[in-house]
Design a protein around this ligand. Structure first.
Ligand code: ZN
Length: 85
């Protein structure tokens, strides 16, 4: 269960609250980037197939913000996310 004192909460509600998120294979938002981090816990998403990184996650429609499955489950009620298809 999430609460407002969770260390992972650092103002993400400004950009992520009430958004529709899509479960996708990780793809960098820009050609200049090869990886990204979960918006909450900073777990790494990467396009390579390293076993130490994530390759799928929840993302905003533009692939800009990424959220790992664990953080999605923790914060989905607090952030009122919808899941898009
Ligand atoms: Zn996370």
């Amino acid at each position: 269960m999430a609460d407002n004192d969770d260390w992972r909460l650092q103002g993400q509600d400004l950009v992520l609250k009430g958004k529709t998120l899509y479960w996708r294979q990780y793809k960098a938002y820009s050609d200049k980037w090869k990886h990204d981090h979960c918006a909450f816990c900073f777990e790494e998403f990467n396009e390579n197939d390293s076993p130490d990184t994530l390759h799928e996650g929840y993302t905003t429609e533009d692939n800009y913000h990424w959220v790992c499955r664990e953080c999605f489950d923790t914060f989905k009620n607090l952030f009122e996310w919808e899941v898009g298809f």
